[in-house]
Design a protein around this ligand. Sequence first.
Ligand code: ZN
Length: 386
Amino acid sequence: MPTPLDIPGLDVAKAKRYSRTRLAVLLAGTGWSVARSAWFAGGGRSARLRRAVEEVAPERRLAAPAYVAAAAGFSWVSGLPLSYLGGHRVERRFGLTKQSDRGWLGDQLKGLGLGLVLQVPLTTAAFAVIRRRPRDWWALLAGGTVVLGVVASNLAPVLILPLFNRFEPLPDRAVADRIRALGERAGVPIADVFRMDMSRQTEKPNAFFTGLGNTKRIVLSDTLLDRFTPEEVDGVVAHELGHQVHGDIWRLIGFGGALGTAAAYAAYRLAPPLVRRSAARTGVLTLGDEASLPLLGLVLAAIGFVTAPMQAAFGRAIERRTDRFALELTRDGAAYAATMERLAAQSLADPDPPAPVVFFLYGHPPIAERIAAARAFAAAHAAPGA
Ligand SMILES: [Zn+2]
C-alpha cells in the first residue's frame, strides 16, 4: 500500500513552498492590521477623523455612518498592497489563477462596495445598541448576529454570490443523472446543483453546499467539472450530500452563535476598561463612541485568536464525518482517494502541514489524512480475492 504522502500529480516540494508563502502572508497581514489599528487609535487619529466628519455632517444620524465608512475605506486602502502581492501575485506565481490584475481589482472593488453597503448600517446600529444598552448589548448583538446569519445564509446564494460569478444549472445531462442517482441512494431529495465559473478567479477545484430553505443548493466549480473523472465528481457530490443530510449549515450557525455569544461577552468585559484606560492617548472616552472602532477591532482580534482553533476543530470534526458518509454512500474507497488526490494536486495542498497550522487554521483535515482514511476504507471493504 502506498504511503499517504505519495500523491500522484502533486509536487510536494512546490506545495510546501506555497503553503509556507501563504502562512508568511497571513502573519504579515495580521501584524499589519494590528499595527494599523494601534496607529489609528493612538495619537487621537480615530477621534480626529470622527470630529472632522462631524464638522461636515453635525447630525449623529449622518456623522456615525460617515465615520464608519471612512474608517472602513482607510482599512481597505491600507490593506490593498499586501492583498495584491500576498494574494493575487502569489496565486499567479504558483500557477493557481489566470485572473488579470484588472479582473482582480474589479473583484476587490466589488467586495469593498458590498462591504460598505452591509458593514456601515450594521456597525452603526451596533454602536447605537452599545450606547443604549450598556449592560446587555453583548447578548443583543450576539442574538442579532445569529438572526442575520440565518437570513444571510438564505440570501447569499441568490443575492451575493452572483455578484462575483455566474451560476447555471448543470448543463451536462449525464453528470446530472449520476448526481440524482446518488441522491436517491442517499435517500434524500437532492438540492439543486449548479455549475459556477470559478475559473475566473482560481484554478483550484471547489464544491460547496450553500443556502437555507428554498435556496439550498450544491455548487460545483467549472475547474472541478471539467477536470475530474465522473467517479471523482461522484465523490465530491457524495461529500456535499453528506453536508445536506446532516444539516451542517444549521450546525455551523448554532456553533457560530454559541462561540459568538461567548466572544461578545468577552468583548463586553474587556473593551470598556481598555477604552477608559487609553482615553488620554486616543481621545475616545466611551465604547459607545464610534471612534472606539479600532480599539474594539483589536479586542475582537485578540478574542478571535482564542476562538479560531475551536472553530477549526469543529470544522474538522464535521468534515471527517462527512468524508465517512461519502465513503459509506459510494462504497468506493479507491475512487474517493483518487478524488482527494486530484483535489490535492490541482489546489497544491500541503499534504501534511505543521500541527500548529492545522490547530489554528484548518477547517478540513489535512489532505494526507483524508486520503489515508479513504485508502483504509478501500482496504477494509475490498472484495475477497480481488
Ligand atoms: Zn465538506
